[in-house]
Design a protein around this ligand. Structure first.
Ligand code: ATP
Ligand code: FE2
Length: 327
């Protein structure tokens, strides 16, 4: 079956087209357009305007590249939430309009579930602990019986991606900040920062404030390096605890912050020490993208989670434990 997936919860508007056959994924196309800034963050208005401007063209380009026409599409899938209302509305209306116009079934999916499901299907993962790290999330998750996400641990305050973006902003850089911090960290050395682990949860606002207050007292590179070393070690420690608790033998990092090589390295070393299988997803599918929404649409369809999307309103807030409940 061929699925067209539309993503637009935050900074990126994207359309992916995938072909699924017996749970095997063939990516036919995955076109994205992301907002970046030289300085400062993003506003919801900017996000809405950006997605409205580019959604049609991105979809046409994805269709062209996949060598399919709308008539070949068996299912349309779109990110129904969580995220910024302005972006969600655009994608929601566009997906439903396409569905009505060409009489194609449509499914709304959970954005975080999609980050995980693309890894599961592309890498053939059976029973893993997933670390979902992004702009809005820092969660340790498993998928049980293909029908329920379980959260073992998470951040008590801000997400790691958001913390990296804020730190970059405070240092005078733009969005996305995670990549800039990673670059700076390559030339940095270590100094002590707060380290807050509470069971399988962590808190990041203390270390972020500390890092921001270090500006002017330490080199940018040292702040970036020390922040990464502490924050990623906190995350990896709780991830290991969840693996020990659940006795799961597979691990995979997903979401935009999984683009970070140092975080991936820490998780890989931890997995090796536990004789667990470390999966690494190709970087094209880590940040927000339409292909992940398409694969999630397939999973929802396969397990019968359809919901009446024409009745369902966008969900700006939506916990992953409720991912299969659209209403
Ligand atoms: P969510 O999935 O919570 O809705 P999101 O939609 O904001 O998050 P993603 O594309 O999943 O977006 O993740 C974006 C985040 O990834 C940003 O915070 C960005 O700074 C971070 N990021 C991107 N590249 C890197 C990198 N190399 N190292 C660390 N973080 C990175
Ligand atoms: Fe995301």
């Amino acid at each position: 079956m061929i699925i067209l997936g539309l993503e637009g919860t935050a900074h990126t508007i994207s359309c992916g087209i995938v072909e699924m056959y017996r749970d095997k994924v063939k990516i036919l196309s995955n076109k994205k357009k992301m907002i970046t800034t030289k300085e400062g963050g993003l506003t919801p208005t900017q996000i809405g305007e950006h997605h409205a401007e580019h959604i049609k063209h991105i979809t046409e380009t994805a269709l062209k590249e996949s060598k399919t026409s709308v008539k070949d599409i068996d299912l349309i899938s779109y990110s129904h939430g969580p995220g910024f209302g302005n972006g969600l509305n655009i994608v929601n209306i566009f997906a439903k309009t396409l569905s009505k116009k060409f009489s194609i079934p449509v499914i709304g999916v959970h954005h975080g579930a999609a980050h995980i499901l693309i890894a599961k299907y592309l890498l053939n993962i059976r029973d893993a602990i997933y670390l979902y790290v992004s702009g809005g999330n820092t969660q340790i998750i498993s998928l049980e019986k293909n029908t329920r996400f379980y959260v073992y641990g998470e951040t008590e305050d801000i997400a790691i991606g958001n913390a990296l973006d804020k730190l970059a902003r405070s240092l005078g850089y733009g969005f996305p900040g995670g990549k800039i911090i990673e670059e700076l960290a390559k030339k940095g050395s270590y100094f002590n920062m707060p380290y807050t682990v509470k069971g399988m949860d962590i808190a990041l606002s203390g270390i972020l404030t500390f890092a921001i207050n270090s500006i002017g007292k330490h080199r940018k590179e040292d702040i970036a390096f020390s922040f990464q070393e502490h924050a990623f070690a906190m995350i990896t420690e709780t991830l290991e605890r969840a693996m020990a608790y659940t006795n799961k033998k597979e691990v995979c990092v997903v979401g935009g912050v999984a683009l970070n090589n140092r975080l991936q390295e820490m998780v890989r070393i931890m997995a090796e020490q536990r004789d667990a299988k470390y999966h690494r997803l190709d970087k094209e599918f880590l940040g927000d993208n339409g292909a992940m929404i398409a694969v999630a649409g397939y999973h929802y369809y396969k397990y019968g989670f359809k919901g009446d999307v024409f009745k369902a309103k966008i969900k700006s807030r939506w916990r992953i434990e409720d991912a299969f409940n659209l209403e």
